[in-house]
Design a protein around this ligand. Structure first.
Ligand code: 13P
Length: 278
């Protein structure tokens, strides 16, 4: 019976046409500080603009969900972020939410994080092991935000495929259903990551893309080499027309749009604001 619940929830997260998940995340303030996250300062307004672009799901903590999702109830799936690192401990995700809270809130997944190759990998993996046991028993998909950003990884190696593949593979071994990690920057490396990982791999937006073109190209390239979707944040809600960009990305991810087509759609939406047509 519990497994049916997981299947039902997963079916809401993964688009039946593309077989991919498009999620937008707004969980950054607690981990990175509120000052630099200007797009999240007006949190209700930002969430409303994201929802208007109709992503499959949104990642957020319980308190933000309780404050901001009443008016958006049922319009997008909630992925309840149940752990976070903090500006003062950037390599250690601590749990503060629970599977039962996610069930009570109508969430379609629980989401937890870990930084690998660091001083606190063991503690974070032990915590995730407990979440995965409970999620399995209660029919709740488990998402992991897993990055090779521990103390043991030099900054210039954080997108090497072996490090990324270790994140995705070990996350699968811990019982995670959907693993969000960094794009390697090349299709060959990312395809190797996907090949090592029986679970679904999705990419974050990250901070390697400086321009819109880079961002759309990265998204397209990732979809074309077997990545199973996205969970994107900063670039999207820092964009001057959040809803238009959510729609344009959705057309790359679910409708197979080229970057050129997506840019044309984006320009049209920025001009006429007729988001509901798409
Ligand atoms: O780091 C993240 C927070 O979960 C992921 O989102 P971005 O990298 O796209 O901001």
């Amino acid at each position: 019976m519990a497994m049916l619940g997981k299947e039902v929830r997963m079916s809401r997260l993964v688009n039946p046409k593309s077989g991919r998940m498009m999620a937008i995340t707004v969980d950054h303030a607690i981990s990175r500080g509120i000052g630099p996250m200007t797009g999240l300062q007006p949190i209700q307004d930002t969430i409303d603009k994201i929802v208007a672009g109709r992503p499959d799901a949104m990642t957020m903590t319980k308190g933000i969900a309780e404050h901001c999702m009443w008016k958006n109830a049922g319009k997008t799936s909630i992925l309840l972020k149940c752990s976070s690192y903090a500006p003062i401990h950037p390599t250690y995700d601590i749990a503060f939410g629970s599977v039962d809270e996610a069930i009570r809130m109508g969430a379609d997944a629980v989401s937890v994080g870990a930084m690998t190759f660091g001083d606190f990998q063991a503690q974070q993996f032990a915590e995730i092991g407990k979440f995965s046991e409970e999620c399995m028993a209660k029919g709740m998909p488990l998402i992991g935000h897993v990055y090779p950003k521990g103390e043991g990884v030099p900054k210039d190696k954080q997108t090497d495929w072996e490090y990324i593949a270790y994140c995705t593979r070990s996350a699968t071994e811990l019982g995670i259903d959907i693993i969000k990690t960094t794009y390697t920057g090349d299709q060959e490396g990312m395809a190797k990551v996907v090949r090592c990982t029986p679970s679904r791999v999705v990419i974050q937006g990250g901070d390697n893309c400086k321009t819109l073109d880079d961002y759309l190209n990265m998204t397209k390239d990732a979809m074309d080499c077997g990545v199973g979707g996205v969970t994107m944040g900063r670039f999207v809600w820092d964009y001057h027309d959040i809803t238009a960009l959510v729609v344009a990305l959705r057309y790359i991810i679910h409708e197979g749009y080229s970057v050129k087509e997506a840019k044309e759609l984006l320009a049209q939406l920025e001009n006429d604001k007729n988001y509901d047509q798409f």
